[in-house]
Design a protein around this ligand. Structure first.
Ligand SMILES: [Zn+2]
Length: 294
């Protein structure tokens, strides 16, 4: 019965997104709720971990030297970030934010950036650095801060030394700006490499690329991207109802970048989650709850 619902949903999402890989992720999430994940879950609840990667202008377009698109995407994120953070604070919803370290400093490393890229960064400071107010917004106790790399370069393209350098820079800049270390890592483009370095440097959790990952080993199950391209509020409602029908406690990781939707659109998704009785959590507070339960 549950598998039938999954298959119908899978084919519908697959058609609408024209075969984008997200359709498969939708399928995996629900399948993950049917098969037991080998990890203690919190009784009778669907916990949702909202997780935002914050890169502003340092996106994929920037590294392809498509600066017009990079700035457009960065500006979209900039428009949405404050209203969404304020909305989450007003609603007292806990969430995770992973920041590209370079957004927190004006020092530009010329071994990373070309002179052309440096020119673009200097011309659009608001798109390539986080202002004081946004940093304050992100410093409140509802937010668990994490790293999205230092430069947003893909770790799989870096040497071990470069990856090491990126992580050290991120930790250093976090300690300076936020007086704390990052506790979560979302790898740029979700392409994992040198995962062992995280533990070495005291970053305990990361976004994994598997749905069946056990969070106590550090990897947050991938979950899915929350955007109006990948899923509509109605589809999210269906997914949550299927999980509930299956009567399984479940941890759903929903990630995005502040670029995917305005606060008005975001509100529609949050209402669906609340109407289904979902609770919200950060990565470490979920683990804390699990440990208290055992
Ligand atoms: Zn990213």
């Amino acid at each position: 019965m549950i598998y039938q619902s999954i298959l119908i949903l899978k084919s519908r999402v697959y058609r609408r997104t024209q075969g984008r890989k997200y359709a498969l992720e939708v399928y995996d999430i629900i399948a993950a709720s049917a098969d037991k994940v080998d990890f203690p879950q919190l009784e009778n609840n669907i916990y949702i971990n909202l997780s935002f990667d914050l890169e502003l202008g340092f996106n994929g377009y920037f590294y392809k030297n498509q600066f017009k698109n990079a700035i457009k995407k960065g500006a979209e994120a900039l428009d949405n970030i404050k209203p969404i953070c304020n909305y989450l604070e007003d609603s007292q919803i806990e969430y995770n934010v992973q920041i590209v370290g370079q957004l927190l400093t004006n020092n530009l490393s010329d071994h990373i950036f070309s002179s052309e890229q440096i020119g673009v960064i200097k011309k659009h400071p608001e798109i390539f650095s986080l202002d004081h107010l946004t940093c304050q917004n992100l410093s409140n106790s509802l937010v668990e801060l994490g790293s999205h790399g230092f430069s947003h370069r893909v770790f799989q393209n870096l040497s071990r030394e470069e990856a090491n350098w990126e992580l050290d820079k991120v930790i250093d800049i976090f300690e300076k700006r936020f007086k704390k270390r990052p506790v979560f890592m979302s790898f740029p483009k979700n392409k994992l490499a040198y995962v062992d370095l995280l533990l070495e440097k005291g970053i305990p959790y990361y976004r994994s690329i598997e749905q069946f990952m056990s969070l106590d080993k550090g990897g947050m199950p991938l979950g899915m991207m929350l955007s109006s391209i990948t899923i509509t509020p109605r589809e999210l409602d269906k997914i949550l109802k299927i999980i509930k029908q299956n009567q399984q406690p479940f941890l759903l990781h929903l990630w995005s970048h502040f670029t995917e939707m305005s606060v008005e659109k975001f509100d529609q998704y949050i209402k669906v989650m609340k109407n289904n009785g979902c609770l919200f959590t950060t990565t470490s507070s979920y683990l804390k709850k699990i440990n208290n339960q055992i």
